[in-house]
Design a protein around this ligand. Structure first.
Ligand SMILES: [Zn+2]
Length: 199
């Protein structure tokens, strides 16, 4: 069961969000929660609002007037204290009377713990570089998110380095100040730094 508070500000959205429309949205979200095995239940409480909550976005040619943001707290089994989160941007199609996702964010106790483990691995790598560890450690390190290669670049001054996933910097990318760089740092100097020691 999903309890959804509607937070609509414009007359257009208030007219659109009939009981029937909200019921359809709730069913859609319930099916979604069931389909994501990360969640223990499909019981949630949350809200829906228009992504663009002003009259000027609700003209006849506007597509974004059908964009919505949903934020849910999803119940876990055997506890009322701890909840999982589900956030989504979605678009309603009036022609087919259906919803479709644009972006979904799944955040559960377990996914958050897994993320923390991945960040801890990166922190360990950073610490190895800071404490003068060998370059092999960097070369052997696999990105915790994709398993791909990781690279490290030092600022020509040797006082800052960047470590990041070569496949996609969105996986992780860290800039770290360092007082004593490891012996091999000059082999990994990059000129692609902007002033201020940030690439
Ligand atoms: Zn990666």
């Amino acid at each position: 069961m999903i309890h959804l508070a509607s937070q609509f500000a414009t007359p257009f959205h208030r007219r659109l969000a009939t009981d029937q429309w909200l019921q359809k949205l709730r069913s859609f979200l319930e099916d979604t929660l069931v389909s994501h095995q990360e969640y223990q239940t499909a019981d949630a409480i949350g809200s829906v609002r228009a992504a663009f909550n002003e009259d000027r976005f609700t003209g006849p040619l506007s597509l974004v007037k059908y964009d919505f943001v949903v934020e849910l707290e999803v119940a876990r089994l055997g506890t009322t204290l701890c909840k999982d989160q589900y956030n989504a941007s979605l678009r309603y199609s009036p022609d087919s009377d259906t919803f479709a996702f644009k972006i979904e964010t799944i955040s559960t106790v377990e996914t958050r713990a897994a993320e923390r483990k991945k960040f801890a691995k990166v922190d360990k790598l950073v610490h190895t570089i800071e404490s003068g560890g060998s370059r092999d450690v960097v070369d052997r390190f696999a990105c915790p998110w994709c398993g791909g290669k990781v690279d490290v670049n030092f600022h020509p001054s040797g006082t800052v380095f960047a470590v990041y996933c070569e496949t996609d910097g969105m996986h992780f990318s860290k800039h770290v100040e360092i007082s004593t760089p490891p012996s091999w740092w000059r082999d990994k100097v990059s000129e692609n730094w902007l002033d201020g020691g940030c690439c």
